[in-house]
Ligand binder design. Structure first.
Ligand code: NAD
Length: 493
């Protein structure tokens, strides 16, 4: 592909210098809705760039961890204000770079600012405990200290908010950061780093290195001076990094894939349930870890539910999200599109019944982008591939069950455990669902994708490694160590 001379060049941030990669190589980022549109040229970095970033982060750590914690929070608040003031530009960038609809892009910017504000407050809540001693002369307490330099590795589908909440928590806790974004959506991630730079953040507190996971990500995982790595991405990559980190005994947090169940019982409000199934299953073209991918509906209402869902899905406005009124945009790239279309073919072969969609869209405005029609299958059973594997695209599976008990069993019958939801006004069944669902978070009569940053976020089973949570009051656990202190004020015999 010919690169235009006008395309903006993005650089790494190491210490206080925007630098080119040591390899001298770059890569191009284009708009997934129209690949003729070049968005930016990024640095194709290597291990050497990570080594330099870690040195800068180590140097900065010496004073950053000693800064008054509430002062650290002020930098996060100022960066949040910077983003909020430019929210229209950030929204547009998410639309162009990720292919999100206006509503989804706006929601990500709002979530980013809210998360940063909440986490800035954590700098004022880095409390320990005072604990009574058996010795009446001893004062005993615990305090939290920064774990050190942390590596942050993020996915392409939420390139602003996830990076924002990981970095904000790290900074509040007194850590310094080496941040590697996804190569599919690195530009808006750099905008976040720039927001911090504009606050006057000391050099080296946040360092930014773009490039391939196999080199830059790998170097972060292997570097002995990086004391903890927070990763969000696919299960395959998360498990690979986990092995590298386990070998050197560092701390690891991985938030990975989902295969989230959406249970619909006899008494559900089907207008509400179908609206939320579409928002959760096809919003962001189904490319969310919390996406509604399995709708488990009782047979007595399945025909009515599917008919209503089909009608609404076929009325969705799919197109280039920069055009007003677009509800669903493209998928992220050629590889993702092929993988999604392959899952659709597998579902057909395994006797799933195609209700609507099932193809790539290629005519007219779709010709230069990666568009997959919103797709619904029914008669899906737990033994089928699309009932088990994360598709990460606009494909919803409807699974029909005889009873609530069977719905519960099918809901839990996957390796993942991220989000979940149930539609009913039966309090007893809601409570049974809440208590028995194997998921890091759950909902009643709300979309599987719903979350707020003051609540902990994360998955169990195959979705999570480390047992930590992001955002919420427990996010600081990952970035801090406890120190236990015993003091005898008078040092006399
Ligand atoms: P991915 O695993 O391909 O990439 C994630 C990051 O890891 C990228 O920055 C990538 O460059 C890097 N990477 C790749 N190989 C690496 C290696 N060998 N060593 C170190 N780093 C490496 O994931 P993706 O396609 O960017 O994101 C989609 C996935 O993320 C989906 O599975 C989705 O469910 C998951 N996700 C999970 C959550 C959550 O909170 N649970 C949130 C968003 C996305």
């Amino acid at each position: 592909m010919k690169i235009s001379e006008k395309t903006k060049i993005y650089k790494n941030l190491i210490g206080d210098k925007w630098t080119e990669a040591s390899t001298g190589e770059t890569f191009l980022v284009t708009n997934p809705a129209d690949t003729r549109m070049e968005l930016g040229i990024c640095q194709q970095s290597s291990e050497q760039d990570v080594l330099e970033a870690v040195e800068a982060a180590k140097e900065a750590l010496k004073s950053w961890k000693k800064e008054a914690a509430p002062e650290r929070g002020q930098f996060i608040l100022r960066a949040a204000a910077y983003i909020e003031e430019r929210s229209d530009e950030f929204i547009k960038q998410l639309i162009l770079e990720v292919g999100k609809s206006y509503a989804d892009a706006k929601a990500e910017v709002t979530r980013t600012v809210r998360a940063m504000r909440y986490l800035a407050g954590e700098a004022e809540r880095l409390t320990g405990e005072t604990i009574p001693s058996w010795d009446k002369e001893v004062i005993g307490y615990t305090k939290r200290e920064a774990i050190g330099v942390v590596g942050i590795i993020t996915p392409w589908n939420v390139p602003l908010a996830i990076a924002a909440w990981k970095i904000a928590t790290a900074l509040a806790c007194g850590c310094t950061v080496v941040f590697k974004p996804s190569s599919q959506t690195p530009l808006v991630s750099q905008w976040l780093v720039e927001a911090y730079q504009k606050t006057g953040l000391p050099a080296g507190v946040v360092n930014f290195v773009t490039g391939p996971g196999s080199k830059v990500g790998n170097a972060i995982a292997n570097h002995s001076d990086i004391k903890a790595v927070s990763f969000t991405g696919s299960n395959g990559v998360g498990l690979t990094i986990n092995q590298l980190i386990a070998k050197r005994g560092a701390r690891f947090q991985a938030e990975m894939g989902g295969k989230n169940p959406f249970v619909v019982l006899e008494d559900a409000d089907l207008e509400l349930a179908t609206d939320h199934a579409i928002a959760g299953g096809l919003g962001e073209s189904g490319q969310r870890c919390t996406a509604t991918s399995r709708i488990i509906v009782v047979k007595s209402i399945a025909d009515e539910f599917v008919a209503l869902l089909k009608q609404k899905v076929e009325n969705l406005n799919v197109g280039n999200p920069i055009e007003e009124g677009t509800q669903m945009g493209p998928v992220i790239d050629q590889g993702s599109m092929e993988s999604i279309l392959n899952y659709i073919e597998i579902a057909k072969k395994e006797n799933g019944v195609l209700v609507t969609g099932g193809d790539r869209l290629t005519e007219g405005d779709y010709a230069h982008g990666y568009f997959v029609a919103p797709t619904i299958f029914r008669n899906i059973t737990p033994d089928m591939t699309i009932a088990q594997e994360e598709i990460f695209g606009p494909v919803i599976s409807v699974m029909e069950v005889d009873s609530f008990d069977q719905a519960m069993e099918w809901a839990n019958n996957v390796e993942y455990g991220l989000s979940s939801t149930i539609y009913t006004n039966d309090l007893e069944k809601s409570m049974q669902f809440i208590n028995n669902i194997e998921a890091g978070f759950t909902h009643v009569n709300m979309p599987s994708t719903y979350s707020e940053p003051q609540f902990p976020f994360g998955g169990i089973k195959g979705t999570g490694i480390g047992g930590y949570r992001e955002v919420g009051s427990t996010a600081i656990d990952f970035y801090t160590e406890y120190k236990t202190v015993y003091i005898k004020p008078h040092g006399k015999k």
